[in-house]
Ligand binder design. Sequence first.
Ligand code: 5RP
Length: 231
Amino acid sequence: MAQVAKKKAALEAVKHVKDNFIVGLGSGSTTAFAIEALGERIKQENLHVMGVPTSYQAFLLAVESGVPITTLEEHPVVDVTIDGADQITPELHLIKGMGAALAREKIVASASKLNVIVADKQKRVRVLGEGNQVVPIEVLPFAISLVKRKIVDVGGVPVLREGKGKLGPVITDNGNALFDASFGEIGNPAELDVRLKMIPGVVETGFFIGLTDIVYLGTDSSVEKIERLSK
Ligand code: 5RP
């Protein structure tokens, strides 16, 4: 079952946390297992650890799990961040953002000395965009129509993400909208990332290129560790 695989990967990642660490708390169902396990370690081992949440979901879960909260203003350097992913390549390039938390996730990852990604093995792909995976793109509401046109110009098919249990667009924790854009298989994600980021009104993309240090990929019976070869 995917839940078992996710939990196994999350538990491995939590082992990277040491006493007095500032920990980036990613978002999503896999990271949720890590936040709960971190709360458990804090209690059991009396650790002095603080978490920087990447979303309202992570914030609430951290509070429930007994993980003290801090901010990047108080702690601008994060020791380790544990987060999930939607696709992972052998080079450890990622697509993230199906949980709409990509902007804060990328900010916290960029502030981190070590980035650890946790996922079940189904997230592993040969190339980003495989299997019609979309690229989430966070957009200022004022710029929705412009950005939509410009995404088409760079070869994408953008769809405004609609809410579930709410009419109209999904609004991120930052008050923005999201496009899910299809590009097919993406040969050069770093280049596409730059082109998308150049569009006025684009806040952030779901490409995480060159940020990840370690990936734990879980199955029902094992966890595979993949490390980035060079920084
Ligand atoms: C949220 C994310 C999540 O980490 C990503 O969508 C993976 O989520 P899950 O662990 O639930 O599969 O990027 O913005």
